[in-house]
Design a protein around this ligand. Structure first.
Ligand SMILES: *[C@@H]1O[C@H](CO)[C@@H](O)[C@H](O)[C@H]1NC(C)=O
Ligand SMILES: *[C@@H]1O[C@H](CO)[C@@H](O)[C@H](O)[C@H]1NC(C)=O
Ligand SMILES: *[C@@H]1O[C@H](CO)[C@@H](O)[C@H](O)[C@H]1NC(C)=O
Ligand SMILES: *[C@@H]1O[C@H](CO)[C@@H](O)[C@H](O)[C@H]1NC(C)=O
Ligand SMILES: *[C@@H]1O[C@H](CO)[C@@H](O)[C@H](O)[C@H]1NC(C)=O
Ligand SMILES: *[C@@H]1O[C@H](CO)[C@@H](O)[C@H](O)[C@H]1NC(C)=O
Ligand SMILES: *[C@@H]1O[C@H](CO)[C@@H](O)[C@H](O)[C@H]1NC(C)=O
Ligand SMILES: *[C@@H]1O[C@H](CO)[C@@H](O)[C@H](O)[C@H]1NC(C)=O
Length: 495
């Protein structure tokens, strides 16, 4: 039953053309003793919608190990609570969701309460959910990794299945609860403030299951791993729209697939699109004609899986985690810029090449302001991002395996899905066991997706710029809210 997923057969490529930073001033930087932190991968492949390379972290006292995915737009750490498995028919749930965190077995847990998750771009894609917030001790890596511990960090317990795995928020912005006047430091801020990392920059690539040998993800805080990408000359400024830092202009998408011949979508006579890079979501969301071009090029059909979704609206253009399997992103919050490079996969055990990013030498030049409208759609250089189509065959294989196990579950989730659509108008996240159909297949799914923009517009309408401040809604008391967090589990149990 050997499958062809062992060999990358055909290679589509995304060609991203972006604005180039014109000026090339070069600050002389002094050496410092503080070195970047390399967060070790868990060496597991986790998730219900793909084999994702997770990272090791510990939370609580005594510390509990968890396996998490980096979240580029989040500031706090998300961990799956036992409630995330209660009443949910998910095989080996606690383990498969990256290990549960039990707040009541941590002596250092300080409860804050239940708030909406601080989602932004994800709202446009139909995601939503609550988190049970509190403060607790977090440690980078697992026992034996000898990485720093931080006290009293914001920890977000999740029960929702919209996000199957927990995440490490690597966005340095502070966290604002509406009930407090003082912003709480993010993990990145705390690391930097305690001189555990040289700057609040980071480098990340998601890793590639389909590479031979499989390549785990790489996460470096305070710098990047130069052995994991091919450097290029393109620098993107942060978009100036707070919370949507990583906006890139996509001018051109080509494929060299030999299934049905090469394709070109978003050709140069087209004005191009702006897409947001977001590691919290798995899929790549692109215009319908691009999706159709991919379908033709790869001969995709309704039983194929491809981590690609059709947008209804320009706000939905997103390059999710699937994109970061073959791309390396570096974010520098001192200079408000980032880069996107072709990822490479040195063999197992190859030494990394960790490079620190230091803050600009002159602290006096205050230049952190927002640069509204700074995006210029001028084509200056080209990045070629190759996505191995092997993921398609892998996923088809995986899905078949899963189908057997999940046949009972599928029927159940089907019910939930429709019920859910009524409740909040989205089916994002309700994908366990039936996912493959929903991707490129038009009809049944478009219905639900159409509801997404309406919902997003509502949230968007509250004022899009300082979205985070708005998102942390006041949800007054725990007695009201706790049932809400649990209600997902209860509904499921009642089915
Ligand atoms: C990016 O930011 C730098 C420094 O703030 C500025 O000099 C440059 O013009 C910006 N580039 C673009 C394309 O907006
Ligand atoms: C801890 O939490 C779990 C589930 O969240 C619950 O089943 C258990 O009873 C709690 N234990 C204590 C001591 O409160
Ligand atoms: C929280 O508020 C502070 C100012 O009080 C602001 O600098 C920060 O960006 C806010 N955080 C978020 C995530 O909006
Ligand atoms: C950083 O550390 C200093 C003391 O060293 C403290 O006063 C300050 O509040 C800290 N800032 C943050 C954001 O944690
Ligand atoms: C781009 O140009 C080609 C021919 O040059 C044309 O067939 C195609 O329709 C154009 N696309 C758009 C979006 O204008
Ligand atoms: C759909 O594609 C898969 C592989 O991509 C293939 O195995 C299957 O036979 C195709 N189905 C039809 C109806 O063409
Ligand atoms: C940010 O800009 C500086 C020059 O201002 C450049 O040296 C650096 O490479 C850029 N960083 C990224 C991640 O693109
Ligand atoms: C997105 O769609 C919603 C409703 O479908 C609409 O109100 C909104 O204006 C759209 N936004 C953009 C940028 O097209």
């Amino acid at each position: 039953m050997a499958r062809s997923f062992a060999k990358p057969m055909t290679l589509p490529s995304l060609v991203i053309l972006g604005d180039l930073l014109g000026s090339a001033w070069c600050a002389m930087e002094k050496r410092t003793q503080v070195t970047p932190l390399s967060i070790p991968p868990s060496e597991h492949w986790d998730g219900n919608d793909g084999p994702w390379s997770t990272f090791r972290m510990q939370v609580g006292t005594p510390s509990q190990n968890v396996r998490l995915l980096p979240a580029t737009g989040q500031s706090s750490m998300w961990v799956v609570l036992p409630e995330g498995c209660t009443g949910k028919n998910i095989d080996n749930c606690g383990y498969n969701r990256g290990l549960e965190f039990s707040m009541n077995s941590s002596s250092t847990w300080a409860d804050v309460g239940i708030y909406q998750l601080a989602l932004e771009q994800e709202l446009f894609l139909g995601y939503s959910g609550n988190g049970h917030y509190g403060f607790d001790t977090v440690t980078m890596g697992w026992q034996g990794d000898s990485l720093p511990t931080l006290y009293r960090q914001v920890v977000t317990g999740i029960a929702t299945t919209e996000f199957f795995l927990g995440s490490i928020g690597i966005e340095p912005r502070s966290i604002n609860f509406t009930t407090f006047n003082d912003p709480q430091p993010s993990v990145m801020q705390s690391l930097r403030n305690e001189s555990k990392i040289p700057s609040s920059s980071w480098g990340y690539t998601a890793g590639a299951y389909n590479n031979i040998p499989k390549a785990f993800g790489s996460l470096t805080l305070g710098g990047y791993d130069a052995s994991r990408f091919v450097a290029n000359d393109v620098t993107f400024n942060f978009s100036g729209d707070t919370g949507r830092d990583f906006l890139v202009g996509i001018q051109h998408i080509t494929s060299t697939s030999d299934v049905n011949g090469p394709i070109t979508a978003l050709s140069s006579n087209n004005s191009g699109i702006f897409a947001y890079i977001d590691s919290l979501v798995p899929h790549i969301w692109l215009p319908i004609d691009v999706c159709q071009a991919f379908e033709r090029s790869f001969g995709l059909n309704s039983s194929s899986y491809f981590p690609l979704r059709r947008v209804n609206n320009a706000t939905q253009y997103t390059l999710g985690r699937a994109f970061l399997q073959n791309a390396y992103i570096i974010a520098d919050y001192d200079r408000s810029n980032f880069s996107v490079s072709q990822a490479v996969f040195p063999g197992v055990g190859a030494p990394g090449n960790i490079v620190a990013i230091l803050p600009p030498a002159e602290p006096s030049s205050v230049d952190h302001g927002l640069k509204s409208g700074a995006i210029v759609g001028i084509v200056v250089a080209i990045l070629v991002i190759i996505i191995s189509v092997a993921i398609v065959t892998f996923m088809v294989h995986r899905r078949r395996q899963k189908q057997r196990k999940a046949s009972r579950l599928a029927a159940r989730l089907e019910e939930e899905r429709f019920q859910k659509a009524e409740l909040d108008g989205t089916d994002a996240g309700q994908e366990y066991g039936r996912k493959a159909h929903t991707e490129l297949d038009a009809q049944e799914n478009t219905r639900h997706e159409l509801e997404v923009p309406n919902k997003a517009a509502e949230v968007h309408g509250h004022g899009n710029k300082p979205a985070r401040e708005q998102l942390v809604y006041e949800m007054a008391a725990e007695d009201v809210l706790l049932p809400e967090l649990e209600s997902a589990a209860m509904t499921k149990g009642a089915q």
